[in-house]
Design a protein. Structure first.
Length: 142
């Protein structure tokens, strides 16, 4: 094949394939989602932590995450829009219950996780998009 033809094949066949493959790649709970939860949520949402005591929501295991709070699920597989967890981290809910939790000054004084500058650190857009994508792909234990 001539070089120009090879190039055309690259551009019109392989490039679209590559782009499609990247767009549909499955988000992995173990590799991508769990580390975000452990870093940003586990400190409060593990048995004994303030978030767990108040809501019953733990991020200790995949099963815990799917179980939700003492009132029910916070993740609806396939629908990030209906998933409380996604709404909370996107700050679309009541500002008082956005997650990660905003500390009161007293909580801040007693907390080991004081965050410089702001006390309510939002997840990055990248992390929020990743969680929403994982939920929309079925919130699998993958
Ligand atoms: C500093 C502690 C803290 C951190 C960090 C934190 N939470 Fe919470 N979370 C709470 C508390 C406390 C509650 C109970 C509701 C309240 O008081 O606002 C709660 C409640 C919740 C609920 C239940 C809300 C409901 O509708 O009942 C979900 C879901 C949740 N958190 C998810 C998360 C996620 C996801 C993260 C990490 C991105 C996170 N939280 C980080 C403290 C925390």
């Amino acid at each position: 094949m001539q070089t120009s033809k090879v190039r055309l094949v690259m551009v019109f066949v392989f490039l679209p394939l590559l782009i499609t493959a990247c767009g549909q790649r499955e988000v992995s709970f173990q590799r991508q989602i769990n580390p975000i939860l452990q870093k940003n949520c586990a400190v409060c949402h593990s048995p004994g932590g303030p978030g767990y005591i108040k809501s019953g929501f733990s991020v200790a295991t995949y099963q815990d995450v799917m179980k939700g709070t003492k009132y029910g699920r916070v993740i609806i597989p396939g629908s990030s829009i209906s998933s409380t967890l996604v709404r909370l981290i996107d700050h679309q809910a009541n500002p008082l219950i956005n997650m990660p939790k905003k500390f009161t000054p007293i909580e801040q004084q007693h907390s080991l996780i004081i965050l410089p500058g702001s006390n309510a650190r939002w997840l990055s857009k990248h992390d929020r998009d990743l969680i929403a994508k994982w939920v929309n792909q079925g919130a699998k234990d993958n």
